[in-house]
Design a protein around this ligand. Structure first.
Ligand SMILES: [Zn+2]
Length: 201
């Protein structure tokens, strides 16, 4: 009967529209979700060679700070820098570029990351490494800025209240990876930040 056929066509169209709307809304969720990569450019090149590295807080030697969760502990992919005065006393403390380089990301990724800064550094051997600074309360640089070692880039924060204030700090041997989970047993593309800095003073 044609009524039944028309009803079927209406039903089929409704299903198709519902599927389309569902897939659109899940894309929107992904766009605003935690840990979604928002890396802005891997085309930027550092003008100056990064010929020496300092620590990102209390430079040059992280004076007044301690590493609460070193690289590798609990499969952590970075270091967690905190002031020795404890708690949120380091909220708003300055964060510094660890070496000469170019800013490739300076944006709020939301979720467990908050404000993230990435800097690409060109080493004397022509290889590049990327430093990453997360949970910042403020970002004071922009994508494309050419930085010298020790330039303030932002301030320590708590990722919009997600944690007690600290700096989550990574150094990566692969440029422009997704932000990732922050913890993983597979450390390919990641370096031990403290070891790297100590070997490149
Ligand atoms: Zn961390």
């Amino acid at each position: 009967m044609s009524f039944a056929r028309n009803a079927f066509i209406v039903f089929a169209i409704t299903v198709v529209v519902a599927v389309l709307l569902t897939s659109l809304s899940s894309m929107n969720e992904q766009d605003s979700g935690a840990y979604i990569d928002n890396f802005q450019s891997n085309e930027l090149t550092p003008e100056k060679i990064a010929d020496s590295f300092d620590f990102p807080v209390g430079p040059p030697d992280a004076k007044g700070y301690y590493n609460a969760q070193p690289f590798g502990e609990n499969n952590h992919l970075g270091d967690d820098w905190n002031a020795i005065t404890g708690g949120n006393s380091d909220y708003g403390d300055p964060i510094y570029a660890i070496a000469n380089g170019v800013v490739t990301d300076a944006s709020d990724h939301g979720g467990g990351w908050g404000n993230v800064i990435r800097i690409v550094h060109k080493l004397p051997n022509n290889k590049e490494v990327e430093s990453l600074y997360a949970h910042c309360s403020e970002i004071t640089v922009e994508v494309g800025d050419q930085l010298v070692k020790g330039k303030q880039i932002g301030n320590i924060g708590d990722a919009n209240g997600a944690y007690t204030a600290h700096l989550h700090f990574e150094i990566r041997s692969v440029i422009g990876l997704p932000l990732g989970p922050g913890y993983a047993s597979n450390k390919e593309g990641y370096l031990d930040p403290t070891e790297f800095i100590n070997n490149n003073r």
